[in-house]
Ligand binder design. Structure first.
Ligand SMILES: C[S@@+](CC[C@H](N)C(=O)[O-])C[C@H]1O[C@@H](n2cnc3c(N)ncnc32)[C@H](O)[C@@H]1O
Length: 290
């Protein structure tokens, strides 16, 4: 790949998805875009770039998607889901006893293993949640991963990664080589395409935000900007959960670490929780004219 094309792609990816590639990541671009060039029937990355320069928004979108890292698995890193069960939910059950509703946002949900891990965790505490309304909204930049997430269909390999066997048996149905999560669990998760670089205030205000293993790909200014907007999208006593290699420390003070709970953060301001559940997805859909 020639250096001019590489610089063009670096800038385009930064602008469109936040992906911050260092000067030496040609191999990564090649390994992801050569298969795409073949799929698009062009001779190589040079021709792909030519089409992008010519303004092909379809090719641009495909390139941006191809460059996202969608790695995920059920109950990834385990500890955040223990925090969810043992710290976040008990606090929320107390704090939201008045309105009996909780809004959860999975901000880069990829192929669904993370939002469905949360749905299963909630199902496991069904008894204490009787009469509560809990929303899980899974968003991602990539429409391809969202389609898979919506289908709730996983391979044998995928269900063997992180998913306890008793939860597999309880919540999935086998169909040949594939497993599909049951309709009740699927209905607990709403999906929406969303780029974290863009305004997300229309989603409303959340009690819990999982934003894991995505900010790691962004530069400092982008992370600071997103943290600022995440804080505004969260109740004053809400919880933010980040990935194992991510932190707010040294970047911003809009969130503060929760003591003794790695990866868990709370807003630093003293905004009281709103008396009613914030805007729900049906209202958002209505606003969007759908
Ligand atoms: C490595 S996966 C993490 C999935 C899950 N959160 C986890 O921790 O297992 C990162 C996800 O972030 C998405 N992503 C990348 N850039 C994004 C952006 N600018 N806005 C929203 N999602 C983005 C990718 O499409 C991908 O599905």
């Amino acid at each position: 790949m020639n250096p001019t094309d590489y610089e063009y792609l670096r800038k385009l990816l930064k602008d469109h998805s936040g992906l911050d590639l260092s000067a030496d990541k040609q191999y990564l671009i090649e390994s992801r875009l050569l298969p795409l060039s073949r799929k698009c029937g062009v001779s190589g990355i040079g021709e792909l770039v030519q089409k992008m320069r010519g303004g092909s928004s379809l090719i641009i979108a495909q390139v941006v998607e191809a460059m996202t890292t969608n790695e995920t698995f059920f109950f990834r890193d385990k500890v955040p889901f223990e925090h969810f069960r043992d710290t976040i939910m008990p606090e929320m059950l107390k704090a939201r006893a008045g309105r009996r509703s909780i809004r959860i946002w999975c901000a880069a949900g990829s192929t669904g293993q993370e939002p469905y891990s949360l749905a299963m965790s909630l199902k496991e505490m069904d008894a204490v949640l009787a009469g509560w309304r809990v929303e899980i909204i899974a968003t991602d930049l990539s429409t391809e991963v969202l389609e898979k997430s919506k289908s709730g269909i996983y391979s044998q390999f995928e269900v063997q990664r992180g998913l306890p066997i008793q939860l597999l048996v309880k919540y999935f149905k086998q169909n040949g080589e594939l497993w599909q999560i049951n309709p009740e669990l699927r209905a607990m998760v709403q999906h929406r395409q969303l780029n974290l670089l863009h305004d997300f205030s229309q989603l409303g205000v959340f009690d819990i935000i999982f934003c894991r293993n995505v900010l790691i790909y962004f530069d400092q200014d982008t992370k600071i900007n997103i943290f600022g907007r995440l804080a505004k999208a969260m109740e004053g006593d809400g919880f933010l959960v980040l990935g194992a290699a991510e932190t707010v420390v040294g970047l911003t003070d809009v969130f503060k670490p929760f003591p003794d709970r790695r990866g868990l953060y709370r807003p630093n301001g003293a905004r009281a929780a709103s008396p009613q559940a914030a805007m729900s997805m049906p209202k958002i859909a209505a606003m969007a004219g759908r």
